[in-house]
Design a protein around this ligand. Sequence first.
Ligand code: ZN
Length: 313
Amino acid sequence: MSTRPAGSTIKPLAIYAPAFENNLITWSSIMDDSPVKKVKDEKTGQERDYPKNYDSDLKGYQGPMLIIDALKVSKNTIPVRLSDLLTPKVSYDFVTKELGITTLTPASGSNGATLALGDGGFKLHELTAAFQIFGNGGYYTQPKMYTKVTDSEGKVILDATTRSKHQVMSSQTAYIMNKGLWSVVNDGGSGRAAKLANMETIGKTGTSNDRKDLLFMGATPYYVAGIRYGHDDNKLTIAKNLYSAHIPVWQKIMTEVHKGKNPAVFELNDDGVVEMAYCTESGGLAHSGCPKQGKGYYKATDIPAPCTIHPQL
Ligand SMILES: [Zn+2]
């Protein structure tokens, strides 16, 4: 029940999904991984670059990079830039009105650091429930602690077996986000230790910037689950050799939970989504002259222009 930072697990919910939904970015958009501004460091009083890339696999600043890579390695700079473009209010409204996040105050609705970087207070079960939208095509159902309660004679007292769900984003955005979070686990991203055998797995890592909280939110075609790893008293930072310790814990728990289930992959509605090759240097659609190409997922209504930095052969 405690409220703890969400770290980077907030980025898909508050930043990337709304940015795709509003067509601010595509899979291969390129944005700048560089400091957004200078801030005064609270401890030293010196000016420093903001934001730092805390739990990124790629240390420091990389300059222009693909959106999908920024998500995969959990950059902080690009979500802060996207938050400025979206406005924190759009992110705030989305997570509080559509995704059941109840612990944010309106003040945090104007605070880009809360919504882009996950500072401030979130409840683990609310964050976890919000992640369901990436595994089910964009529908939110309020989580319950029970499915059914009966009395000693079998009379139903509480019944949550049928609950209303509502669509919080287009199926196209949900499909593209599912593929992006797939990359985090399956394509060299920060969540690779979460991968389950014979069960498609997607997810996102998170670390609070004081290193007191480690999080992982993940989903399979059957379940969504979230884990927070840290000290009970919340006073100690986590030892360096344990920075990734929570992900294998998630993986082991979920392996048990899935015992006896048939192997499965996500089967999401792909209407209005196209898979196309892009140029990894320009982010434009690839042609015969582009030396390195990747596979991207795009809304059929929002496809990037062909690459112009390489001559067509
Ligand atoms: Zn090219």
